[in-house]
Design a protein around this ligand. Sequence first.
Ligand SMILES: [Zn+2]
Length: 383
Amino acid sequence: VKTLILFFLILPTSFAQNIDYARKVVNTLASPECWGRGYTRDGMKKAADYLVTELESAKMLPLDPNGFRLSFTMPINTFPGSMQVSINGKVLVPGRDFLVTAKSRGLKASGNLVQTDASHFADASHSLTVSIEDKLTWSARGTVDTGTTIQLNKASLTEIPSTFEISIENEFVPDFAAANIATLVKGTVHPDEFILMSAHYDHLGGMGTTTYFPGANDNASGTAALLDLARYYSIHPQPYSMVFVFFAAEEAGLVGSKYFVEHPPIDLKKIEFVMNLDLLGNGDQGATLVNATEFKSEFEALKKINTDGKFLPVLYPRGKAPNSDHYWFSEHGVPAFFLYTMGGPPYYHDINDRSEVLPFSRYESVFKLLVGFNTALQDQSTN
Ligand SMILES: [Zn+2]
């Protein structure tokens, strides 16, 4: 009787996707503790440690015999300290009312602004530019400008900006330590042929001491799905070896995936296909496949699986685009798709991309579509 009960307890998680688990992963990765999985407060490292712990507790194998972490260093401009901006004497809230652009150098000054065009103001003596934006969208950069650019949220302004008082600290880190995390489920028939699935686990990090960017949709959602898929395949090994790579530093310019293809731990020629997952939290309006026009027969196969399974309302084909970690693979001759879901809240690279507002409404559909596609890839190749 005991064995039977155990069997039924294990059944739901081992046979399919586990939305509760994926939710838990998103909540952890998007929490203040991980501080936007970026470049201050050890955010990215904390996220990496969490992923490794999850893989270890699922008894998964590292892709590299030396461990799950494939380490590298990179330059990055960070904002670990003061982040104060007042315009016309009014103190603004970082993230909500203003952003400092990622390439900006720090500045401690006050003065007057001169309008330079409809949406820009400047103080040339301090190399300061102020731009008025309909939406605040942050990024991450590995270089520093000679000046400082502040983006002001139009909705937060009541009058034309004329005076400023700014105290912003930046710290350029030339050799920030980051790591891709890679795990493997050995193939049962063709262990030396690979299907690689990926998702970047980093996000933008924090801006000052009180503001961080949660990145629930971008890309805690894809990271959670990838962990769930890795755990699923560890219970269901495939004819081909399945590789799962959690990329670091995607937001800083696809840095982690570039490092991976330039220092490949496996022969790139042995990778049958790469499926990169980013922005997986929606799907009520379908999904887009970058590189669909490059790999037409694979896209047709994916569409058929989607239609047969009634998974997502529509799959949009898109051409080549250097907009996520699939890019370096297809540039190196490895067939690759990048799938991102459509619909849901418009939060992107801002403080509102929080786990509380992540729909994850098509999680099960996306998971099943991906599993179906992986099966089709292997059927095709073994025939
Ligand atoms: Zn992303």
